[in-house]
Design a protein around this ligand. Structure first.
Ligand code: SF4
Length: 256
């Protein structure tokens, strides 16, 4: 899947995006991937499992799953039925068990048991679309191939006037045009952190939130609910939880 060319952004748009990035970084200095993993194939699997499920739910399921199947070959040698009991607490568990099994089978048969570091190759794996591939490339391999656009990122991008699109691929193209490549991976973590902290899916405008006031037109609209957003741009404690992963944290939002 090719990324459509984003319309050229003006210097003012790029400068505004840079100001937003700085404000988000100041507010969420520890923003990072919320899924627990210690090897690239684990991150790939956790991301496949996170579709329409909470990161908290995925992080509860994966320790036993990864212990039962420590390597891609172990997943490939198992049947989906053997994987199912470990993911039954998650939405669409049957399909996810199939996707985990088949993706690991392809990893073993086509890529010598290594998760490919290539967007096109990743997209050949069952259950992997651009969002999942971006998560893996950015977090496991530090490769900035694109921007992860989940529900939080898409919602914030629209509300903050960074994109008018609904399609995540079009939103991604807009964000790639606005932010420097080196920031693409952390950008999604920052948006997700703000989405979880201040801008809930049904959140109303947050008049007291400094980032919202500065960047979101909703902050100027009439509110119907009391805002719970922060009243300053002080760093937010994301309640980090140590685990075996490089950067683990448990959160409650759902992934698309
Ligand atoms: S003002 Fe409201 S809608 Fe806009 S980013 Fe803040 S929380 Fe979200």
């Amino acid at each position: 899947m090719d990324i459509p060319k984003a319309p050229k952004k003006s210097a003012a748009q790029v400068a505004r995006a840079a100001r937003l990035f700085k404000a988000l970084q100041t507010r969420y200095p520890t923003a990072h991937c919320a899924l627990n993993w210690s090897q690239p194939h684990e991150l790939l699997i956790a991301t496949i499992l996170s579709a329409q499920s909470t990161d908290v739910g995925v992080n509860k399921a994966t320790p036993a799953l990864f212990a039962a199947f420590p390597t891609p070959r172990d997943f490939a040698n198992a049947s989906p039925a053997k994987i199912e009991p470990y993911v039954k607490t998650l939405n669409f568990w049957r399909n996810k068990a199939k996707a985990v099994h088949e993706s690991m089978l392809t990893v073993c048969e086509q890529f010598h048991g290594e998760v490919p570091r290539d967007m096109k190759q990743l997209l050949t794996l069952r259950g992997v679309a651009r969002k999942t591939a971006n998560v893996v490339l950015g977090n496991a391999f530090n490769m900035q191939e694109g921007v992860v656009v989940d529900t939080h990122v898409g919602r914030l991008a629209r509300r903050m006037g960074l994109s008018k699109h609904e399609d995540p691929v079009d939103v991604e193209a807009d964000l790639m045009g606005l932010f420097p490549r080196a920031d693409w991976c952390v950008l999604s973590h920052l948006f997700i952190a703000h989405g979880r902290d201040a801008c809930k899916a049904r959140g109303e405008s947050c008049k007291s939130d400094l980032i919202c006031k500065d960047f979101c037109s909703n902050a100027k609209a009439p509110t119907t609910r009391k805002s719970k957003a922060a009243t300053s741009n002080k760093p937010v404690n994301l309640k980090l939880k140590k685990s075996k992963s490089l950067k683990p944290v448990a959160t409650k939002s759902r992934r698309p």
